[in-house]
Design a protein around this ligand. Structure first.
Ligand code: A3P
Length: 322
C-alpha cells in the first residue's frame, strides 16, 4: 500500500520490496526482517536505531513481547527508578498525567520514528529509560556489546498474549482492513507470523542472554508479577541498582508503587481514559482486562492443543514454562 510506504526512504523501499511478506494483523503486510516479522515503518525505524544509537552504561531498556505487560512494566520501572525525584504519593506524579509509553518511549516508534529527524537526547536525563519490542539479536551493537546498560524483559503465557493481541489489533487496525477472524489470527500466531514474532524466538533470545549475563538482562513473566508483584518489584529495583531500603519498605514505598501502577488505578487516570498514543491509538485500549486466563473464554480445545504443542516444541528444551 502507498500509505504504508509514504514516509520511507528510497533505500528502505528497495530493501522492503526484497523481503518475504505475509498478511499483517493491523496493516496490510508484515515483512520478514532480520528473522522477525514487522511493518515497513518499523523496519525503517529499527535500521535507523541500529545505525545511530549509542547506549550509555546507565541506560535501562524495557524489552517486551507486544501485549505481555509492557505498559505495566514501564510504569513500575519509571516509578521505581525516579522515586527520589518523583515522590510516589505526589499529586503531581508523572504517571498521573502521562501514559507510560510517553514516559518510557519506544525506540522503534517514538525515538527513531522519523528517519529525517534524529532524536536529540539532550533533554533525556539519566538514567535514560527506553522501551522496545525489538528481538535481542537486533538491538544495536552498542547495547549488546559495549555497554553495561540494563535490560528488563517481560513475556506472558502465549495463550493470553494471543487473545490480547487479537483484540487489540482489531481495535487499532487500519480502517480499510476487514476484521481479522479468530481462527485466522490463531493460525498466524502459531506459525510465528505476528509483529516481532515468532514469539518463541523473541523469548529465547532474551532468555539466553538473561542466563548468560544475569546482570545485564532480567527476565520476568506477567504471571509472576500478578502472583507476587511485591517480590518481583524488589527484584527489579535490586537489578537496576536502586534496591529499596528497609526504611522505604517500612514507609510503604513499595506498596505505594504497586498501587500507583495497578491495573485498576491506571485504567482510571484521565490521561488513560481520554489520551492518545501519537496518532496511533487511544490509551484506553491498553487497559482491557489485565487478568490471567481470559483465553479460556475464546479458544477451542483443539486450539489449546495446537498452541500447547508449539510451546512444548519450541520452548521446553530451555526450561521456559507457562
Ligand atoms: P489483556 O488484553 O489480557 O487485558 P501491553 O502493555 O504489553 O500492551 O499488554 C497489554 C496487556 O496488559 C493487556 O492485557 C492489559 O489489560 C494488561 N495491562 C495493562 N496495564 C496493566 C497493569 N497496570 N497491570 C496489569 N495488567 C495490565
Amino acid at each position: 500500500s502507498n500509505e504504508e510506504q509514504d514516509n520511507l526512504s528510497q533505500d528502505m523501499k528497495d530493501l522492503i520490496f526484497s523481503l518475504p511478506r505475509e498478511k499483517g494483523w493491523r496493516t496490510p503486510y508484515l515483512y520478514l526482517f532480520q528473522g522477525f516479522w514487522c511493518q515497513p515503518a518499523e523496519i525503517q525505524a529499527i535500521s535507523t536505531f541500529q545505525n545511530h544509537f549509542q547506549a550509555k552504561d546507565s541506560d535501562v531498556f524495557v524489552a517486551t513481547v507486544p501485549k505481555s505487560g509492557t505498559t505495566w512494566l514501564k510504569a513500575l520501572t519509571f516509578a521505581t527508578v525516579n522515586r527520589q525525584h518523583h515522590f510516589i504519593s505526589s499529586k503531581n506524579h508523572p504517571l498521573l498525567s502521562f501514559n507510560p509509553h510517553d514516559l518510557v518511549p519506544f525506540i522503534e516508534y517514538t525515538v527513531y520514528g522519523n528517519h529525517e529527524n534524529l532524536p536529540n537526547f539532550s533533554n533525556f536525563h539519566e538514567p535514560r529509560l527506553f522501551g522496545t519490542h525489538v528481538p535481542f539479536d537486533s538491538l544495536s551493537n552498542s547495547i549488546k556489546d559495549s555497554s553495561n546498560c540494563k535490560i528488563v524483559y517481560i513475556c506472558r503465557n502465549p495463550f493470553d498474549t494471543f487473545i490480547s493481541s487479537w483484540v487489540f489489533c482489531n481495535k487499532i487496525k487500519q480502517d480499510s482492513l476487514p476484521t481479522l477472524g479468530l481462527d485466522e489470527a490463531f493460525e498466524m500466531f502459531c506459525n510465528g507470523k505476528i509483529g516481532y514474532g515468532p514469539f518463541w524466538n523473541h523469548m529465547l533470545g532474551y532468555w539466553k542472554e538473561s542466563q548468560e549475563r544475569p546482570k545485564r538482562v532480567l527476565f520476568l513473566k506477567y504471571e509472576d508479577l500478578k502472583d507476587d508483584v511485591n517480590f518481583e518489584l524488589k527484584k527489579l529495583a535490586k537489578f537496576l541498582n536502586c534496591p529499596f531500603t528497609l526504611e522505604e519498605e517500612s514507609e510503604g514505598v513499595i506498596e505505594n508503587i504497586i498501587k500507583l501502577c495497578s491495573f485498576e488505578k491506571m485504567k482510571e487516570f484521565e490521561i488513560n481514559k481520554i489520551g492518545k498514543f501519537g496518532r496511533n491509538f487511544e490509551n484506553k485500549y491498553l487497559f482491557r482486562k489485565g487478568e490471567i486466563g481470559d483465553w479460556t473464554n475464546y479458544l477451542s480445545p483443539s486450539m489449546v492443543e495446537n498452541l500447547s504443542k508449539v510451546i512444548e516444541e519450541k520452548l521446553s528444551e530451555c526450561g521456559l514454562k507457562f
